[in-house]
Design a binder for this molecule. Structure first.
Ligand code: NAD
Length: 596
């Protein structure tokens, strides 16, 4: 017989606790909500009220249900109020000594059969449990932020947690409408172990002025479809909490340097910049606790029109190459009203590229996304050539030839001879240093990277890579062109992986290492990232789509350039590639796709 949970206690009503109270009360369970002081209690009450009022305003909760929800919550200062609850969830700050003290006290206050749970993100549940006389009834119930929204709960069992306690808590999660994954007690569990290295790396990029906060966040949202960028997510988590989680993961998780909190984080916490909860973190918010970002001194000025910041006027664009990217890029420019000169290595290739562009534009017409007249106008703007000489009068060249440095360098040397002065020369390389191709010309100040994503007509992001020789005008021109294409251009330095791949692939590689260590299954890891963090695909789904060979090559590049031991490719990834399991394209990768 499953245990009945009619009343639960929640200790600490901060970012997580207030949301956890809401989850229980929404599902018909009485809650005793406890804080350390009367003002903190009032803050928690106000958070709950704000959240449920917003749900009513959005039509997601009936007024009567909200009122009933509030009636189920009893607020109190001090742990004594928890004497007769069936389960307690602790959500106080991420400090082991504090949590141990609270658990020792809960052990005294609560009935002997009460289950004691912690919402810790990174501390050892086992160490917390031994502060009580009932470690077999102690468990981790790790909710995700915001608790009422995110579907995932990580249930953490220690070596002593009783199996019936695990089963009862799993049944409770189901009653709350949550999906649970049950795992052993390891720093960061599934989701945070995969998330925090990425978040810390994004902070390091920001700290080193590699890219702006807006550009880092836009890159991950638009390049990977994430619900929010890493710095906005840090603000939501709370920088003090994030600092503690990183610090604990560093110490417990094998001293992986990627978890050593970036120094800027400590400085921000000390300065009281805690994120949304204090009204200021990486961004500035309307007021403490508000999700509304307001402009501050770091907000980029809105540029009206394409010619801001010394950007040069671009009317005619050359696209060199005949592969997938070149074809997509030709279409993008032509649709946006640019005159386009497509250059390939022979008329036969040109005919193929022309066919491919036509086919893609026709698809747009069939789907009702493009008028026939606009298709014809776009095609009318493109001229097809097999000689670079036709680029003599273009204003911008986008190179999208094979990913080989010698080929690209030779091409840029030719462009340097042919193109008029002042032209912006762009490479679409995704892995080669842009400075290498820039130095093949006599005009490195005019060379940028324009890293489009595949498929170019669909993906809204372009990474604009500036080298140490790129002029501000060339960067501004590239950014203005992206805007004119209807895309977001994010500016970053010339380092392996730029923003998106540098942040994405180590995370994917970490997921492979987690699977390899048998900590969890591919399904549960995918679930955790989708339901806990709102990712559109889990890491193994994404790896199978991207291709394991491509992923391994990118990861190797990152490792070689940055020499970060944590970036070493996972042996399992290498073995799968060696075995020819490359993902969907070979019908087998992490999963078997032969029947789909
Ligand atoms: N922030 C997140 O995104 C997130 C997500 C999942 C889990 N967690 C975990 O949840 C826990 C809480 O984190 P948070 O971000 O909500 O922290 P927080 O700082 O926002 O809130 C902590 C609350 O605990 C209260 N508190 C402190 N000492 C107390 C005591 N002795 N008795 C009762 N209340 C006390 C504080 O007044 C505060 O309101 C941490 O273990 C954290 O790792 C956080």
């Amino acid at each position: 017989m499953a245990r009945e949970f009619s009343t639960v206690g929640v200790v600490g009503l901060g970012t997580m606790g207030a949301g956890i109270v809401e989850v229980f009360a929404r599902n018909g369970i009485d809650v005793v909500a406890v804080e350390i002081s009367a003002p903190a209690l009032e803050r928690g009450r106000a958070t709950l009220k704000g959240s449920t009022d917003r749900a009513v305003a959005k039509g997601k909760l009936a007024e009567a249900d909200r009122d009933a929800l509030h009636e189920r919550v009893h607020f109190a200062v001090g742990l004594d109020a928890l004497h007769s609850v069936d389960l307690v969830i602790e959500a106080v700050p991420e400090h082991l000594d504090l949590k141990q003290r609270i658990f020792a006290e809960l052990d005294r206050v609560c009935r002997p059969e009460t289950i004691l749970a912690t919402n810790t993100s990174s501390l050892s549940v086992t160490e917390i449990s031994v502060a009580t006389s009932r470690p077999n009834q102690v468990i981790g119930i790790h909710f995700f932020n915001p608790a009422p929204v995110m579907k995932l709960v990580e249930v953490v069992r220690t070596v002593v947690t009783a199996p019936e306690v695990v089963a009862d808590v799993e049944a409770l999660c189901a009653r709350l409408g949550k999906v649970d994954v049950t795992i052993n007690d390891r720093a960061g569990f599934i989701a945070n172990a995969l998330l925090f290295g990425y978040l810390n790396h994004a902070v390091a990029m920001f700290e080193s002025h590699y890219a702006t906060r807006e550009d880092i966040d836009a890159a991950m949202k638009l390049g990977c479809g994430l619900p929010m960028g890493p710095l906005a997510l840090m603000d939501l988590i709370g920088l003090d909490t994030a600092y503690e989680i990183l610090d604990t993961m560093y110490r417990r998780g094998g001293r992986d340097r990627r978890h050593a909190p970036v120094p800027l984080l400590k400085q921000m916490v000390t300065a009281g910049l805690l994120g949304r909860k204090s009204g200021r973190g990486f961004y500035t918010y309307e007021r403490p606790g508000s999700p509304v970002v307001v402009p501050d001194e770091a907000t980029p000025l809105a540029t009206d029109g394409a010619l801001a910041d010394g950007a040069r006027a671009i009317a005619k664009v050359g696209v060199v190459g005949s592969g997938t990217m070149a074809i997509g890029i030709i279409e993008v420019f032509a649709k946006a009203g640019y005159e386009v000169v497509s250059v390939t290595r022979g008329m036969e290739k040109s005919a193929k590229v022309c066919e491919a562009v036509k086919t893609s534009l026709n698809k747009g017409v069939v789907r009702g996304k493009l008028a026939e007249a606009d298709r014809d106008a776009a095609l009318g703007r493109i001229s097809w050539s097999a000689t670079l000489d036709h680029l003599a009068d273009v204003d911008l060249v986008v190179e999208a030839v094979v990913e080989e440095l010698s080929v690209k360098k030779a091409l840029f040397a030719s462009l340097d001879e042919i193109c008029k002065p002042g032209v912006v020369l762009a490479t679409t390389t995704s892995s080669l240093p842009v400075i290498d191709v820039a130095m093949a010309t006599q005009r490195p100040a005019d060379v940028v990277g324009l890293h489009f994503f595949n498929p170019a007509p669909v993906m809204p992001l372009v990474e604009v890579v500036r080298t140490i020789r790129t002029s501000p005008e060339a960067t501004a021109t590239a950014r203005a062109v992206c805007a004119a294409l209807g895309k977001t251009g994010v500016v970053c330095g010339d380092r392996s992986g730029f923003i998106v791949n540098a942040l994405l692939f180590p995370y994917l590689n970490d997921a492979v290492k987690m699977l390899e260590a048998s900590y969890s299954t591919a399904d549960d890891i995918d679930h955790a990232m989708k339901l806990g963090c709102g990712y559109p695909m889990g890491p193994f789904e994404l790896l199978d789509v991207v291709g394991l060979d491509v992923s391994l090559a990118i990861q190797r590049e990152l490792y070689l350039e940055l020499r970060e031991p944590g970036f070493a490719p996972a042996p399992l990834l290498e073995h799968l590639v060696t075995a020819g399991y490359l993902g969907r394209k070979t019908r087998r990768g992490f999963r078997d796709h032969s029947h789909r």
